[in-house]
Design a protein around this ligand. Structure first.
Ligand code: NAD
Length: 563
């Protein structure tokens, strides 16, 4: 059943819907609540079903904000916003965009992590599609049941590697929903063109399997062979129904994340945010810091602590970007040291996965180290850039940070792990331990603090500054693939935004107030490269005009009953 269709009329978009009465009020894409005009109320069978006052979106936002402020707990605010999202989508986006800085941590990190953990208890209304392994023979039916039919962007998860909190089973759905909120609120991708998808292949989280409230398939995760076949079936079905769709993979465990990306990246328009989005935003932060230090990428020694999806993704993006900038592959390879649970990674380690092996040190270097732990490696390597992507709280201890500051002039320290409770170090500890010499950016937002007589605001090195603009650029020009060059252009655009707009000596990332500007600049850059590389069709319209024209803002479209 098609619930609505958007028609481009001379006066702008108009919604045609075959629905009347109560059903209209239950579909968040259609429901305007008190903002339905008298004319609409008459023709849509809504007369008498709403209080008589016809309100504007502005008036509705004021009331919604008062209601939001009634909640004091972040989790309750998150639930309130989720309910609003599932009741009236335009009002939700109007509100979130107006109070973006205040609401971003509520709808996205850090509170979304708690909402995923609480998913089974807090569940109220449904959103998106749940594709359960048990329904593997009904995939067409499932995808044709989506309320949005003109889908251009899917964010999909299997809930196996959520933020820093691991296997969350079906509760992982909170993350694609949150990512799509940012795609729309920051990236201006129309919510009528998006779809969150949860692939439910079971869970290996024992707490969930015995939780009586668990809402997912109560079954251990299926084996790798069945898993790959299921993903293939899903992608076949998706591409048949939405041939031009952009597929964003989210929070897949490192067991599958890079294999899936490698398998599909030259077949469909696709992107893994944990791997590529994190790489894009991290390179941008590094570039911004290097500008302040008047140094180049080639002079750096990168130490990455936590060689999972994000850690290896960052290394990959740095590596490919440096090659494109003309560096020699052998020399670039020499700039990386990766540490995982077993310590520094060496090529002769049989348990390395492919992504780790690319950056493992040659085995002949083994004897050069007494031990392979973080402290020893820092002492030996003297890294200029230290990245935390391990989800190990406090791994960058005061002692380690002090030692690093003594070895390297103005080190760049990026504890990227989320949520806050998993960060490798707090910005305050880093500033104190390095005597204010370090450049810092964190994955999650941290409160500002006093350092000496200065107030320090730490920037967020979060893929939220990358993926919304990448999605906008891709959708605007209908790109067929995402190339390394497009991602490099995204990093450069973010870094340039920081350079042009931020004059604080501490900040090396954008700030939330710049999120829309950054998204648009990233979109222009990504779309431009896609066209240059023949991955999207050029038109007479400039890329900037095209991106600006498709950028979606929340406003009510007229609704016409059309049986
Ligand atoms: P992942 O599970 O794929 O990777 C984590 C890696 O850390 C694994 O390889 C694991 O073995 C390793 N590790 C665990 N304990 C360790 C220890 N004691 N010493 C060394 N290594 C250890 O997860 P991921 O998707 O790569 O995410 C990792 C963290 O990065 C999470 O907290 C996530 O929230 C964060 N992250 C942040 C951003 C951002 O934009 N800031 C983006 C993606 C991921």
């Amino acid at each position: 059943m098609q619930y609505y269709q958007i028609i481009q009329s001379e006066t702008g978009p108009v919604i045609h819907s075959p629905l009347k009465g109560k059903p209209i009020l239950t579909i968040p894409q259609l429901n305007k609540g008190t903002a339905f005009t008298i004319e609409e109320r008459k023709q849509l069978g809504l007369l008498g079903k709403l209080p008589p006052c016809v309100e504007t979106l502005e008036a509705q936002k004021k009331r919604a904000y008062v209601q939001y402020c009634d909640y004091s707990q972040p989790m309750h605010k998150n639930i309130f916003l989720n309910v609003l999202h599932n009741t009236n989508e335009i009002l939700f986006y109007g509100l979130v965009k107006q109070h973006f800085k205040e609401m971003m941590p509520i709808v996205y990190t850090p509170v979304v992590g708690d909402s995923v953990i609480d998913f089974n208890k807090a569940f109220r209304q449904t959103r998106g599609l749940y594709v359960c392994y048990e329904d593997r023979d009904c995939l067409d039916e499932i995808f044709r049941n989506a309320t949005n039919t003109d889908v251009k962007l899917i964010v999909v998860t299997d809930g196996s590697g959520v933020l820093g909190i691991g296997d969350q089973g079906v509760g992982g759905m909170g993350i694609p929903i949150a990512k799509l909120v940012l795609y729309t609120a920051i990236g201006g991708v129309s919510p009528y063109n998006t779809l969150p998808v949860m692939i439910d292949v079971g869970t290996d989280n024992p707490d969930l399997l015995k939780d009586p409230l668990y809402l997912g398939w109560r079954h251990p995760r299926i084996d790798d062979v069945k898993y790959r076949e299921f993903i293939e079936k899903i992608i076949d079905c998706v591409m048949r129904i939405y041939p031009d769709v952009f597929v964003h993979w989210e929070d897949f465990s490192s067991r599958h994340a890079s294999t899936i990306l490698k398998h599909y990246q030259n077949k469909i328009c696709t992107f893994n945010d944990d791997i590529q989005g994190t790489g894009v935003v991290t390179l941008a932060a590094i570039w911004s810091a290097l500008k302040k230090k008047s140094q180049t990428l080639g002079e750096q020694r990168f130490l990455i602590f936590g060689a999972g999806a994000a850690g290896c993704g960052i290394a990959d993006h740095l590596y490919f970007s440096m090659l494109q900038l003309g560096y020699n592959p052998k020399e670039v390879r020499e700039c990386f040291w990766l540490i995982d649970r077993q310590g520094l990674l060496f090529e002769d380690d049989p348990i390395l996965h492919e992504a780790q092996r690319r950056f493992a040190r040659p085995s002949h270097e083994r004897p050069g180290y007494d031990r392979y732990d973080l402290e020893t490696v820092i002492r030996k390597v003297k890294p200029t850039v230290l990245i935390g992507s391990s989800a190990v709280k406090g791994a960058f201890t005061e002692q380690i940070l002090k030692e690093l500051a003594g070895l390297v002039d103005r080190p760049l320290i990026l504890p990227l792990s989320n949520p806050i409770s998993r960060a490798e170090a707090t910005p305050q500890l880093i500033m104190e331990a390095t005597d204010g010499s370090a450049f810092v950016a964190t994955g999650s937002p941290f409160p500002s603090f006093n350092f000496g007589d200065e107030l320090v605001i730490t920037g967020q090195c979060n893929n939220a500054y990358a993926f919304p603009g990448i999605g906008l650029g891709v959708v605007a020009v209908n790109a067929r693939r995402i190339s390394d060059q497009m991602l490099l252009a995204a990093s450069r655009a973010i870094s340039q935004c920081v350079e042009e707009n931020i004059y604080s000596k501490w900040l090396i990332t954008p700030i939330p107030e710049m999120a829309v500007l950054v998204a648009k600049r990233v979109a222009y850059a990504v779309a431009e490269v896609a066209i240059e590389q023949g991955l999207a069709q050029a038109t007479n319209e400039s890329v900037v005009d095209r991106v600006d024209r498709v950028y979606w803002e929340p406003k009510y479209y007229p609704i016409i009953y059309q049986p």
